[in-house]
Each structure stands twice: as C-alpha cells, then as structure tokens.
Design a protein around this ligand. Structure first.
Ligand code: ADP
Ligand code: ZN
Ligand code: ZN
Length: 722
C-alpha cells in the first residue's frame, strides 16, 4: 500500500489535539499552514485551519476523510499570526482550534471569503442632478439632497431607496474620494519631560519593554501619538490597546485627528463585519494603526513597528472565561515576535509590571507632572467613625460638596457598587435576603423594584415580608449608586445629579450625551462606579468624593488592595480645574489602616512597594507564578472529586511537576454560584518554566478523567483573582 498524504487541521473543540485529514493531490500544494478548510467532523461540517503542511504517513486502519472544500487560495493566517496563536494555546493551555476561533472575527471564523467588502461609493448622475421625484417620495428626495452635497458610501444609505434611484438612472457608482491621509501638522511641541521619554524610547533598538508611568494628564497619549508617527514614517504599523474603547472614545478620536484615514478601530462596539474589515485592512497594510480592546492583540499586521498597552494595569485585559488570555502579556509576546518596542502605560502600574521594572527587565520611564494642571490632588481621609451619616454620606463630605457647588464647581462621588443597597435585612430577626442560586446576598434595585443577584443575574420582586419570621420589617442596608444619587437629589434639589453606572448607561452614545452635559456644566454632581474612573476629562470638576473603599481593605482576593489603590488614584486624578488642584476626600471607617495611610501620605509608588514586599513574603505573584484549576458541578461532591483526581494525576507525573506545588483542592470563595458547587486547585511555582512544563503534561489529559464527565472545568494561567 502506498503512503497516505495527511494534513493537520485545528478545529474548535474542547479536545487538546489536532485532527488529520487526507490531502488530495488536487489540493495538496495549496494546503499550506494558515488556509481555512471546510471539513467533515463527526456528523457535522466545520471550518478548520491547516496548521502544518501535508506530510506522508503510513496507512493504518483509520479511514481518513478529505476536506470538503478549500476556503482560501492563500493563507488567511500569516505565519507570524499562527505562531502567536500556537504560543497562546500553549501558554494559556487552551485548545488551538478554540484559540483560533476566539482570535478570528465572526465572518472569517464562519468561513466567509476574506475579501475587502468596503462600501461602494455613489454619486448623482447627470440625470440625477435634474431629477424631479414626486414631492411625497420623501426618501428619494432626501437621498438626492444628500448626494447633491457629494458622494457617499452606500452602506450609510438606505438600500431600498438606493435601488429605486439606481433603477431610474439618477445615481451611479464612483470611486471613494481620496481619503485625507497623512499626519496632521498640529502636534504640540513635546515638553521637556516628554522629550526625555521620547529620547529614551527612540534610542531603543529591537524588542524592548518600557513602563511609562504618569498620572492622567501627564502627556502619555501624546507620547503614543509621537511613537506611532515614528513607526509610520518607517512604513511600519502601530498596535494600540486600551481597555473599553466603547466607553472612552477620546483615544480613538485623538488618533484619528492626528492620523486621518489611517486608523482602524477594533472593539466590541463594532459589527462583526466592520471588525473583519479592520482585521483585513491591518493584515494587508491598508490600515497603519489599529486601536482596539483586548481581542485586537490578535489582529495580524504586515509590518508591526510599535505596540502600546494603555492603562496596562486594567483587569479587563484578562479574559475571564473560555480562552483566559492576558492581552497585555500577549502584546509583549507580539512585540518580541516583531522585534518591536512595547510601551506599557499607566498612572498606577500593576505589581507585575513594577516588579519587572525594579528587576531591570523593563525600562521604567516617568512623566512626573500633569501637562496643564499643577500639582496632582492630595487625598484627605474623612474619618467616618462617630460622624452623622445620611445614606452612607458623612456630614463633612456633604458640607464639602456644598462648598464646591456654591463656588460653581462640579463634584464627582465615586461608589463602586451598583443598585440601591447591597442587602435587604429583617430588623426583627436579622435575616438577609439571599440569592437562592448563590452564596450571596441580593442587591436591592429600587428604581426597578427588583432584587438582583450581581453574581448570577437572578431577579425577584422585592419581598414585603421577612423570608424567615414574616415580619414587615425589611430595610435596605449599605448603599449603592442609586441610593447615593437619591440622597444627593434630596439634599441638593437645585442641582442636577446624574448617575453613571452600567444600569443607567448602557450604550456608548448615552455616555457621550451625558458627558456633553457634564462638559457644558449642566450636570453638577456625578455619582458613579469605575465607569467614571478612566479616560474622561472633566474640566470643571473641583472635587472628588470617594464614598467607600472599606470593603477592599479586608477583601479575600489577594489583589483587592492593589485594585483599591489603583482605583483611588485613578478616581482622584479626575479632580482639578484649570490650573487649580482639586480636593479629594476619601471617606472611611478605617482611617488608621496602614496601607491606606501609605497610599494617601506617600503615594502609589510607596504603596505598591509595600504590597510587593508582602507578595514576596506570602509567595504570591509576582513573586511566584500561579495557575488555577476550577471545577463546578450541580452535585456538591463531584467538583471536589474531579480536583482530587486531577491532583493525583499531577503527582503521578513525578518528573513533570518538579518545582510546582499543588494547593487544595478547596471550595471556591463563593462556593455556590448560579446553582453550581465550585471548587479549585491552585498550582504555584517559583519559576515559570516548570509550571509551564507541568501544565503541558497534565492539562490535555484532564478531560479524560472519568470524574471530568460530571463537571465543568477550566484552567486559568496567571489568574487575576483566586
Ligand atoms: P495622558 O494620556 O497622560 O492622560 P495626554 O497626552 O492626554 O495625557 O495629555 C493631557 C493633555 O495635555 C491633553 O489635552 C493633551 O492634548 C495635552 N498635551 C500633551 N502634551 C502636550 C504638549 N507637549 N504640549 C501641549 N499640550 C500637551
Ligand atoms: Zn445569584
Ligand atoms: Zn425576620
């Protein structure tokens, strides 16, 4: 029997393996790594990606099938993109087919042709300029009016009306007008501090990682714009990552203003086909700059010259489900692949990045001052103990608010909790309304008259009676944004109070509208969650009040304090008007808490150093490397059983697990969530290499354990919370 020609294909399944198909002679030469194929898979047909060139194999009993169709003439995934995805699959221990699925925009994932479907431009024909449609044909009239002003892309116009106008010969296709393209000339002269940073960045050759530390307003974005311009002048492309672009449109608009016609955005606020267009434009070199959120780190480039990760500490860079990758860390790998510099920017760097800076692996560059405003605001602690409180607000916080309002300033009150109150308590017997599916309390949302679980989304009507003693004595305890909003409306009836959280602001457009009202001075008091902490520039804000961070001081998560410090500094950074430093009050019942004191008295750097020393003491990241195996099941014992079996499996691999400790399994911090019992096993290693070795030997086989059948499990490498 003659040898078989086989080709390995990645298919999106939970299995940690590739699948072999016959490579028919007719396709053979074109079955190159990176091309998509439609293949039979069990009883289904799926789209897969060829990851290795065909190879000869001796025939066996297995009856291989050929692909049903070849979907690309040339590879859709370039060699470097495939290398990146293979690295990510290996590092994050996730099946390659699923990694590819997560990295491809929807239409490409589903096998659609990879062609440029940019809009066709239309203009009035000669007949169209003198056309006289009946006066009741409003849409046609509107279309003719619009086109009378110049050509338009057809995807911006109503297709039915276009068809009618085309049938009548009133419009015709035309070329897109040449896009304004280049670099706008209005870049400001860099400040002395910016010059220093730019000199350092420009002196670097090849792959380097730079931490750019600077408070909001210190001119970091201007640095990004300058280094992007450098890359463009060398005919290279730039990748700019930011958290939540949909909520911070300023970043994109600044790049678009500086580099007209050369920017391709890539984020979840766009349609799938728009994202596919950006993806292809970057791959083919038609877009010079990609600005996007997490998943933009997988956009392919023709010639990548610089990578920027803005707000690198932001937790949203870590995907929390499915393919649990860190876009920041993947961005560093990408830069290395392209021998390009990467800049990690933040006012409050993550401890990981700071530790790399302290160890000399990353360069640590600083922009110590704000460009326009003078000193960054000082944070004053308000001792809430023994003070009269009204809906969680101390009288001194209210008095200072009043002072700023009457001086014509705007005030931001930050509270990191949605809803009216985080608990509904019976004053007779102490019962607290629980979620019936989680180990958690229900949050009262009074504006919607619902109790809502913030962990699983379960909702009920607000009960009138205690669930235990039936007393009519239920009272809200604690406060969320709604309650603070209500309290302020009552206290300051002549001022406009608006709430900013994900219940109130659901779309980017809504946020922009509210932000315009803030800018025009119509809104005087802003109450909100971390939605207000980043990106926005509030020119008239003279005071920031932080209603409570006490919860984080005693949080179970080892990163709780780090996050608290970052949030406080970010929120405080919103204060200040013109050249006046703003006033920042942080209300707390723990004014003596040593970490809080370090933060407000010595700043984020000293605070971070203390936390780093503690992490070394307790062997937590960045002093160690972690991976977390999570399991959940409907049956209380099954998750634990699986984790015990998994641990035994790891122990059996004596060679592979050297240098790796397995801790647990233990119940998850919230043992029951959405009706499932949850448990976890923690792997800890001082060095990354042994951890990676152990994971590679262990994870792919976990699904074969008999006890795996009754659980949902996932592995999380470099988890952000435990
Ligand atoms: P960050 O990204 O650190 O918040 P930005 O780059 O947005 O800081 O700068 C803050 C403000 O200062 C922006 O309005 C920006 O346009 C302006 N700015 C930055 N650098 C300069 C400069 N060299 N000269 C004048 N204005 C500048
Ligand atoms: Zn719940
Ligand atoms: Zn009761």
């Amino acid at each position: 029997m003659s040898a078989l020609e086989l080709v390995s294909v990645a298919v999106a399944t939970p299995l940690y393996r590739l699948f072999d198909y016959l490579a028919p002679a007719a396709m053979h030469a074109r079955l190159q790594p990176g091309v998509r194929v439609r293949v039979p898979f069990g009883k289904r047909t799926v789209v897969g990606v060829v990851v290795e060139p065909p190879r000869s194999s001796s025939p066996g009993d297995f009856k291989y099938r050929p692909p049903l169709a070849l979907l690309d003439e040339t590879p859709l995934l370039s060699a470097d993109l495939l290398e990146l995805l293979r690295w990510a699959a290996q590092y994050y221990q996730y099946p390659l087919g699923r990694v590819i699925e997560a990295a491809l925009p929807g239409p490409l994932r589903r096998g659609n042709a990879a062609r440029d479907s940019s809009p066709v431009w239309v203009r009035l024909s000669v007949a169209g300029t003198t056309a006289k449609p009946p006066s009741r044909a409003h849409r046609l009239l509107g279309l003719l009016d619009e086109l009378a002003q110049g050509p338009r892309p057809d995807d911006a116009l109503d297709s039915g009306t276009l068809r009618k106008a085309r049938d009548k010969g009133w419009i015709e296709d035309c070329h897109a007008p040449p896009a304004a393209s280049g670099i706008a000339a209005d870049a400001p002269q860099p400040s002395a501090a910016q010059c220093d940073v730019l000199r350092e960045l420009r002196a670097a050759r090849g792959f380097t990682v730079s931490l750019l530390e600077g408070v909001t307003g210190s001119g970091k974005t201007e640095i990004y714009l300058q280094v992007a311009a450098d890359a463009l002048s060398r005919s290279q492309q730039a990748l700019i990552l930011a958290p939540e672009i949909g909520l911070t449109p300023q970043l994109v608009s600044r790049f678009e203003a500086r580099f007209p016609g050369r920017v391709a955005p890539f984020h979840s606020g766009m349609s799938e086909s728009q994202r596919a267009q950006s993806w292809l434009a970057a791959r083919d070199g038609r877009a010079d700059i990609v600005i996007g959120t997490r998943s933009a780190v997988f956009v392919p480039f023709r010639q990548l010259g610089i990578v920027v990760v803005d707000e690198e500490h932001d937790a949203s860079y870590k995907q929390q489900e499915g393919f649990r990758y860190s876009a920041r860390d993947t961005a560093v790998f990408r830069a290395q692949q392209w021998k390009a510099p990467v800049i990690l920017g933040s006012a409050t760097p993550s401890l990981e990045t700071l530790a790399n800076g302290r160890a000399g692996r990353y360069r640590h560059l600083r922009l110590p001052q704000r460009v326009h405003r003078t000193a960054p605001p000082r944070i004053d602690l308000v001792d809430a103990r023994g003070q009269a409180m009204s809906h969680g607000l101390t009288s001194s916080l209210l008095a200072t608010t009043e002072k700023h309002l009457s001086a014509g300033g705007q005030v931001l009150l930050f509270i990191n909790r949605r809803g009216f109150a985080p608990a509904l308590l019976c004053r007779e017997c102490g019962w607290v309304a629980p979620c019936k599916r989680c180990d958690a309390r229900m949050t009262l949302h009074r504006s919607r008259s619902r109790l809502i679980c913030h962990h699983c989304g379960y909702e009920t009507v607000v009960p009138q009676q205690c669930g235990k003693c039936q007393a009519h004595a239920l009272a809200p305890v604690g406060q969320g944004t709604e309650r603070v909003e209500d309290a302020l409306r009552e206290r300051f009836p002549n001022h406009r109070v608006e709430r900013f959280d994900s219940d109130r602001v659901r779309r980017a457009g809504e946020l922009e509208r509210l932000l315009r009202d803030v800018a025009s001075g119509d809104i005087h008091i802003l109450v909100g969650t971390q939605m207000l902490a980043k990106g926005h520039d509030f020119a008239g804000l003279s005071m920031v009040g932080i209603v409570s961070v006490d919860q984080a001081l005693f949080g179970v998560d080892f990163r709780a304090l780090e996050r608290m410090g970052q949030l406080v500094v970010q929120v405080a950074g919103r204060a200040g008007r013109g050249t006046e430093a703003g006033e920042v009050l942080l209300q707390t019942h723990e004014p003596q808490h040593p970490k809080l004191r370090t933060l407000v008295e010595h700043g984020y750097g000293a605070f971070a150093d203390e936390l780093l020393a503690e992490r070394v003491g307790s062997g937590l990241p960045p002093a160690s490397h972690l991976a977390l195996l999570r399991a959940e099941s409907l049956d209380a014992a099954a998750a634990m059983r699986f984790l015990h079996d998994a641990k035994a499996g790891l122990k059996a691999q004596a060679g592979a697990r050297r240098g790796v400790a397995a801790l647990g399994p233990v119940a998850a911090p919230m043992e029951r969530r959405a009706g499932r019992w949850r448990a976890q096993l923690l792997l800890q290693a001082e060095k990354r290499a042994p951890l990676q070795r152990a994971l590679s030997a262990w994870v792919p086989g976990l699904g074969d354990l008999p006890s795996a059948r009754k659980v949902r499990w996932s592995i999380d490498v470099d988890p952000v919370d435990l």
